[in-house]
Every structure is written in C-alpha cells, then in structure tokens.
Design a protein around this ligand. Sequence first.
Ligand SMILES: Nc1ncnc2c1ncn2[C@@H]1O[C@H](COP(=O)(O)OP(=O)(O)OP(=O)(O)O)[C@@H](O)[C@H]1O
Length: 261
Amino acid sequence: MPSFVEIRDIHKEFVQDGTKNIVLKDINLEIEQGDFVSLIGHSGCGKSTLLNIVAGLEKPTQGQVYVDGQLVKRPYRDRMVVFQNYSLLPWLTAWENIALFVDKAMPGKSKAERREIIASHLELVGLKNAAQKKPAQLSGGMKQRVALARALAVQPKLLLLDEPFGALDALTRGSLQAELMCICDRYHITTIMVTHDVDEALLLSDRVVMLKNGPAATIGQILDIPFEHPRSLEIRDTAKFHDLRHELMQFLQGQEQAKRL
Ligand SMILES: Nc1ncnc2c1ncn2[C@@H]1O[C@H](COP(=O)(O)OP(=O)(O)OP(=O)(O)O)[C@@H](O)[C@H]1O
C-alpha cells in the first residue's frame, strides 16, 4: 500500500550562468495521512527547493512526488503553500483574500456555503472581527493567520509551510505555533513544514527530517517525535523533549563542523 505522500528518488540541480549546482540528491521520503513532518537543515541545503517540488512550483531533475496516488506535475489547490511573507493581495480585505481562493476552488458550492466556509476559517484563526481589514491594517501575526485560513479554507490534501512564522516576533510566533498545533490535531491535516526553529519542529512534528549540508544534500537522519496528540505546550519541559532537542542540535552542529573542515 503506497503512502499518502511519496517522495521518490528526488534529484535537483539548477544551472546558472552555465554552472551546474546539484542541490538535492537521492531524497526518498514517505508520509502518512495526518502526519506533520518538518524539514530542518542549514541555510541553503535545499529545504525550500524540496517543498517547492512537492508543491509543483519546481520540477525535479529526476524522481517523482505522489500525493494521494497522483503524480505532482504542477501547483494545484490540493497542495496549499503558506510562505513566510504572507503573500496576501494588498488591495483586498482579509475576507476577499480568502474568498478569491474559495470561489475558484469550490464553484459547485452555493454562495451561502462559500460564505460559511470563509467565515468559519476566519473564526478558526481568531480573526472574525478583522474580516473587512486590508493587509496594511493587520499585524504580521494577523496577516499570517489570514494566509493560514486561506490555505485551510480550500481543504487541501497537503499543507505546505515554508518558515511560516519566521518573520514574527517570539510571542506572536509562540501563540501561532500553539494555534497551528491545535488546528492540525483537530483536523488531522497532513503537513510538511520548513523551519530553522528546533523547538518549533519538535513541538509540532511527528517526524523531523534532517537534511545534510549541500551541495547535493541528502537526508541525514529522521527523528521520530513520540509525543501523543493532542499535545500540550508542557511537553517542552519533559526530559524526552530535551533529549530530542539535544539529538537534533548534535546533528546540526555536526553539519556545521563538517562545513568548516
Ligand atoms: N531558482 C533557482 N535558481 C538557481 N538556484 C537556486 C534556485 N532556487 C534555489 N537555488 C539554490 O539552491 C540552493 C538551495 O536553496 P533553498 O532555498 O532550497 O535552501 P534552503 O535550505 O531553503 O535555505 P534557507 O534556509 O536559507 O531558506 C541554494 O544554493 C540556492 O541558491
């Protein structure tokens, strides 16, 4: 039985000014439905490139990605991406930014049904009262909540997050991490997240995939995060969390040393 997400033998190279840059090599990964997987590794190792290949935004040089049995060939609304920079349209309100996607993704639903989907997703991210505000009137955290609501409203099979909280201050980041954890726990959303934040990866993930340094980065190690769902923020105070953190940091420090040699 194939897994929900199958990343098979991915090899990716970019050619720039006649020079070949091999970014990813022999990447194989299987993800089950409902799992939350983080990609972590040093800057430039190819995390976003891998996420973009799963999204269909980049084509692999070799290899294939299958989501729910379908070969990924191009971007599609069954794989929604949330980027660090929110990517909201500035001339539209929060409501309209979400409506744009929902109307396109769900033409078969009535206007009332679509309104209900938009309203319930704004409520899900705590933005019921900000529906008529434009991005310039929203804080960074609120903008990212709209981006998250927009991605979830079209009910994707796979949620792809590229450093979603990287631009936020520590407090806002913490509350959004907790909210995302609740949403993913409640709806069992299959998610792949790129992050630099070790604690964020451990808190949210079922598995943390550690990429080695590039060029030609491969998967170095996969860490299983055995905490049960729904999780509480208190898992961060457990000895197990500290052990896992240590293991992750050791991997990253080992890569840092290898880079210097
Ligand atoms: N469109 C592109 N054309 C040429 N090279 C690219 C392109 N996109 C990415 N690269 C190169 O691929 C490598 C991996 O980039 P990528 O952004 O995937 O790394 P990353 O691990 O996500 O980095 P960071 O953590 O800094 O965001 C880098 O060397 C980058 O310069």
